[in-house]
Design a protein around this ligand. Structure first.
Ligand code: AMP
Length: 629
């Protein structure tokens, strides 16, 4: 039996022994009473009774072990031309001072803090300071609109918002503080305090009594010590909002202790990292990848993590490789979209730099097509590892794992299940299907440690969205189609539900449809994801206008603008087409597969339940207009 099989067997067969061994590598103020509690299935709870602290394990522990001089964060900002290195001792000092500021502003254990910040070290310090005192952070991607921020301020019930005067994208300032001001105007939750990182990029309006400037507050707390609060293993560490099949975003709740254990051991096992390594995840703090592999995972293992403020092609398409050379990055994590974007440029951009430090490039977030995989591997001359996971999982579910055993590569497949994940492909009833056949990707319970506890204040929705897809079987529904081949390799084929994946950003079609339907000229609308060369998928919307409204470019543009404003630039529809009716079943449900099929030029399948066949011809014409087939 190979090492992979051996680890797999133990992790699934002897759950307690396997995870006890991992958890013992970290510091617990009080040891747990029970490794896995399944009494409230499927609300699996790990390390119940244990007390620990994420921040202590990620920062203090290394300083106390005499490793304080080791660099913890390297900040590279092509956007501002700045660069900064912070070692573990310095980071500990900054986190303590920040935690003191939080306390002064009235934030304590269990309170919510919304963080709307760019890719700067302060974001990480803010997250760690929350973790230190048991406050629950909710980081919102700084490309989201004020409406999205307001929705999260309300849903998470936060007490404090932390933002900056501005972020920057390709040299252009993004005025974050004024977006927060607008969000607070419409939010029902009247947050009384806003903490501002003043970067001196733009002017901003200070609201007296409400707005505090970080540098002034820190100056007051300089040298302060705030003891880590020992928290129950299942105390929420953070909330992360993600799109689902219904309009409202879902607040994924992450725990403290089990998540810490899962991240800690994934760093050497999955990513093949060793002590002293420099790790760079090119994601954003606003996504789960950022939480797990820019902040917590690398720090828990005592690595140096790179925080990058910029894009892959600014000021030029060689910038990433320049950073790899400059900081001797060992392991990198990025997305297929970024690679497809870089592929537009000659691979001589790679050749300009010494990439000898780099051992692996991991990619995730969307399906990785074979040509892109091959191009990245050949251009880098390094293994490129596709791996699959979700916001909900918090850490990889399918991956080749160099730290355990590197398996043969099969381009287009994220290889096999990660230890702890009992993955399967099933039919609509939840019965396993023969290998080689397409079905739904599920996880057999229990879920491993460190995934998610539930959806924020909505256990019912957690059960409905993930556990009640198959009425007679308790299986975790991923929402993806997949094939397991005869050798146990998994192939993830894309979403089976109403979620669109644009450049690795997950967007719910319902969310987009509700916004378009809210446009004064629109009666109803449907949005679908279509294949896109660069971003994997792009949004295309079909809108039925209200009576007496005539299709016009003006309405089209205002619809596109509305979606951008309400969700953010990531959700910009590629096209909006006007039709007289949507293809519906007799019971009035929009047949999305017909829309997708027409957009992608695929076979339409059974149309007998369609109410009016002329709707199909109309959509066909619309699709030809767009030229997307
Ligand atoms: P998110 O929760 O935003 O990370 O999105 C998770 C979704 O992204 C998954 O359910 C998949 O649809 C897709 N995804 C992530 N990684 C991969 C991968 N390696 N291959 C195929 N699809 C992926």
């Amino acid at each position: 039996m190979g090492k992979y099989e051996e680890v797999m067997q133990e992790s699934l067969g002897e759950i307690d022994a396997f995870w006890t061994r991992q958890a013992e590598k970290l510091f617990w103020f009080k040891k747990w009473d029970k490794v896995l509690d399944q009494t409230r299935e499927p609300f699996y709870r790990y390390f119940e009774g244990g007390l620990t602290n994420m921040c202590y394990n990620a920062v203090d522990r290394h300083v106390e072990a005499g490793k304080g001089n080791r660099p913890a964060i390297i900040w590279e900002s092509p956007e501002t031309g700045k660069s900064r290195t912070i070692n573990y001792s310095e980071l500990l000092g900054e986190v303590n001072a920040f935690a003191a500021v939080l306390k002064k502003l009235g934030v304590g254990k269990g309170d919510g803090v919304l963080i709307y910040l760019p890719m700067i070290p302060e974001t990480m310090v803010a997250m760690l300071a929350c973790a230190r005192i048991g406050a629950i952070h909710s980081v919102v991607f700084a490309g989201f609109s004020f409406e999205a921020v307001a929705e999260r301020i309300d849903d998470a019930g936060v007490k404090l918002v932390i933002t900056a005067d501005a972020g920057k994208r390709k040299g252009r300032p993004i005025p974050l503080k004024s977006i927060v001001d607008k969000a607070l105007e419409i939010a029902e939750n009247k947050v009384g305090k806003v903490l501002v990182v003043d970067r001196g990029i733009t002017d901003w309006k200070r609201v007296q009594e409400r707005d505090f400037i970080l540098s002034e507050e820190i100056a007051e707390q300089h040298g302060a010590k705030v003891a880590p609060v020992w928290l129950p293993s299942n105390h929420p560490l953070y909330l992360m909002y993600t799109s689902g099949t219904t309009g409202r975003p879902k607040g994924v709740v992450r725990d403290t202790g089990a998540h810490m254990v899962a991240l800690y051991c994934s760093v050497p096992f999955i990513y093949g990292c060793k002590e002293g390594d420099v790790y760079w995840a090119t994601s954003d703090f606003g996504w789960t990848v950022g939480h797990s592999y820019i902040v917590y995972g690398p720090l828990l293992f005592g690595l140096t993590t790179v925080v990058y403020e910029g894009t892959p092609d600014y000021p030029d398409p060689g910038i990433w490789w320049k950073v790899v050379e400059k900081h001797k990055v060992n392991v990198m994590f990025s997305s297929p979209t970024a690679m497809r974007m870089l592929r537009k440029f000659p691979s001589s951009w790679f050749k300009k730099h010494d990439l000898s430090s780099l051992r692996y490039l991991f990619l995730a977030g969307e399906p990785l097509d074979e040509p892109t995989w091959r191009w990245a591997k050949d251009s880098l001359g390094k293994p490129v590892i596709d791996h699959y996971w979700q916001t909900e999982s918090g850490w990889p579910m399918l991956s080749n794992m160099p730290g355990i055993e590197m398996l043969e590569f099969r381009p287009g497949s994220p290889t096999k299940p990660v230890y702890g994940w009992n993955m399967a492909v099933v039919d609509n009833k939840g019965d396993e299907i023969p290998r080689g056949k397409r079905g739904l990707l599920v996880v057999r319970p229990p879920l491993p440690p460190g995934t998610f506890l539930t959806l924020w204040r909505d256990d019912e929705r957690y059960l409905d969205a993930y556990w009640r897809h198959f009425p007679d079987k308790l299986l975790f529904y991923t929402g993806d189609f997949a094939i397991e081949d005869k050798d146990g390799y998994f192939w993830v084929l894309g979403r089976a539900d109403e979620v669109i994946n644009v450049a690795g950003h997950r967007l719910g079609t319902r969310e987009i449809e509700e916004i378009i339907s809210g446009h004064p000229a629109v009666a109803e609308a449907s949005a679908v994801g279509v294949k896109d060369e660069l971003k994997g998928q792009a949004i295309v919307a079909f809108a039925v206008l209200k009576q007496r409204q005539e299709p016009s470019d003006e309405i089209r543009k205002s619809i596109v603008k509305l979606v951008r404003e309400k969700i953010g630039p990531v959700a910009t529809p590629r096209d909006v087409q006007f039709v007289k009716m949507l293809p519906k079943t007799r019971s009035g449900k929009v047949m999305r597969r017909v829309l997708i099929g027409l957009c992608e030029g695929a076979k339409l399948g059974d149309l007998t339940t369609l109410e009016d066949g002329t709707s199909v011809d109309e959509i066909k014409r619309a699709v030809e207009n767009m030229g997307i087939k």
